[in-house]
Design a protein. Structure first.
Length: 166
């Protein structure tokens, strides 16, 4: 059985469209970074050449933009009362470059905002550990640990805790 040149070119074009279609299906449901899309395509078994072409097309169409993706993550992190340290780590895990993450964190998440968010998170947590209020040292340690786990810098945590807790 002979395979004609026309059939061969159709097969190739289908193979080139498959990673793009799969990627479009992914990003239609949820936002992804370039790294995340590439990892999903690799797991699916597409070639690196096809993956790079698909990602290039998605960027051309404006469907993949790491800067916008990171900005949305930062805004969501603020709403979830997450500190700058943890947010930077989350951006890194999602495949955002350190330089872009640092630049966006400086512009979108100021130290004043971080302090306000830490105070809001602290106010929510104080209610659940009020039973430890009689021992001031344990109370402050629990609050410190909570804020530290949430990704706030130790300087901001100590500033808030030393400024007095109601």
């Amino acid at each position: 059985m002979k395979v004609s040149q026309e059939n061969l070119s159709r097969r190739r074009s289908k193979l080139l469209v498959a990673p793009l279609n799969y990627s479009l299906g992914l990003i239609s449901v949820k936002s992804y970074s370039e790294k995340q899309v590439a990892e999903k395509l690799i797991k699916k078994g597409f070639s690196t050449e096809d993956i790079s072409r698909a990602i290039k097309k998605l960027k051309e169409y404006g469907y993949l933009d790491d800067e916008k993706f990171a900005g949305r993550l930062i805004e969501n992190g603020k709403k979830k009362l997450i500190g700058r340290v943890k947010m930077s780590y989350e951006l890194y895990k999602k495949g955002i470059s350190k330089s872009m993450a640092a630049e966006l964190m400086d512009s979108l998440y100021t130290e004043g905002e971080e302090r306000e968010i830490a105070v809001a998170a602290l106010d929510k947590k104080k209610i659940s550990i009020i039973k430890n209020r009689e021992n001031e040292l344990i109370f402050k340690k629990k609050l410190y640990d909570f804020l530290h786990w949430r990704g706030f810098s130790s300087g901001i945590i100590e500033d808030i805790l030393n400024s007095g807790i109601d």
